[in-house]
Design a protein around this ligand. Structure first.
Ligand code: ZN
Length: 342
């Protein structure tokens, strides 16, 4: 399993050096773009990764970069051009967040320092690296802070010892309701901090606004990591409704949807499930709130108007349902069905 570990660089002292290296990387990138432009203008064959490498041979010394960094930039240029199906890519300028890729042989990690092209950068070692570095990069976030990212080959995660089968209904009021009745509350940091962000923006304090936004994003990520971790450790089957957040974000519910971070939660769940050998399924959640999980009759709250109804009684079997738990039970049932079909 391949994973990336990110550490914050102590950039108050070495930020300037990194900025310089990043500018050199931009030069390489823009050179690739120029070559591409040239090929387009003269109707020549587009330069491949190998061509770009040949063209940039020998430039690393002058630029103060490791030769493999130059190659990695060329490689990334070709990958991006193919990925986005573009004839040309954007130029990288002073405003682009810094980025310096490297290969394993280009860096040396000793304790909390990383040596690269004759420079030594210290970082906050918040946790141990679990294995040797394969490759990585230095990168800058929107706050202009520097990080070092190590791509590491990890030993396989232990398979789950959990035995629970759980259906999950993703919602707005509660982030997720599990079929065993547990509710994972969506923390509403964003909502709470929004007034402060708006105030920063109004007073043109964009740096503070950005800082606050980054902080909220970090906390949300941390929360979702913990929840998905716990679930994949406890379960052997996880079924999630196929709620489409991109559709909802266009409605007036956008803010709470973004806050909840469903998409990220599902991504985290699915990749952790694979690592721990948990069976993960997504099923259609159509009618999942309306169907009675006891007898299968359809009589539950409907559509947008029914959103306020938290509890209802089935007309057929007279069972009192919690709206979300009932939906989660239905989702779990659909998951079991889809497994039986396979
Ligand atoms: Zn019923």
């Amino acid at each position: 399993m391949i994973r990336t570990f990110q550490y914050r660089i102590k950039d108050s002292t070495c930020g300037a050096q990194l900025n310089k290296l990043a500018l050199a990387c931009n030069q390489v990138w823009n050179f690739c773009n120029e070559s591409q432009e040239h090929a387009l203008r003269w109707d020549q064959q587009w330069p491949t990764y190998q061509d770009l490498c040949k063209l940039t041979t020998g430039s690393s010394k002058e630029l103060g970069l490791h030769s493999q960094t130059v190659q990695a930039v060329c490689e990334q240029y070709e990958t991006r051009r193919k990925q986005f199906k573009k004839r040309k890519l954007r130029w990288r300028g002073k405003r682009s967040p810094g980025w310096i890729p490297f290969k394993a042989s280009g860096v040396k990690v000793v304790d909390d320092t990383v040596r690269y092209a004759g420079h030594t950068f210290r970082f906050w070692k918040s946790r141990e690296l679990p294995g040797p570095v394969k490759c990585g990069s230095f990168s800058q976030d929107s706050r202009k802070r520097w990080y070092v990212n190590f791509v590491v080959e990890m030993p396989e995660a232990e398979a789950t010892t959990g035995t629970k089968h759980i259906g999950i209904d993703l919602g707005l009021k509660t982030l997720a309701t599990c079929s065993d009745g547990r509710k994972i509350e969506a923390p509403r940091w964003y909502r709470n901090q929004q007034r402060r962000i708006a105030e920063h923006q109004r007073k043109k304090r964009s740096r503070q606004a950005r800082n606050l936004q980054a902080k909220i994003a970090n906390r949300r990520k941390d929360f979702l990591h913990k929840e998905s971790d716990r679930l994949t450790k406890e379960c052997e089957l996880i079924v999630v409704g196929d709620v489409c957040s991109s559709k909802l974000t266009k409605t007036n519910m956008a803010k709470s949807v973004n806050d909840a971070g469903w998409a990220m939660f599902k991504t985290l769940l699915s990749y952790k499930a694979i690592a721990r050998k948990v069976v993960y399924r997504e099923v259609s959640e159509k009618l999942s709130t309306q169907t009675c999980s006891g007898c299968g009759a359809i009589g539950g709250p409907k559509g947008r108007e029914g959103l306020g109804i938290r509890e209802w009684v089935c007309g057929e079997c007279n069972v009192v349902h919690d709206r979300d738990v009932n939906a989660a039970l239905n989702i779990l049932r659909l998951g079991h069905q889809s497994l039986a079909l396979k």
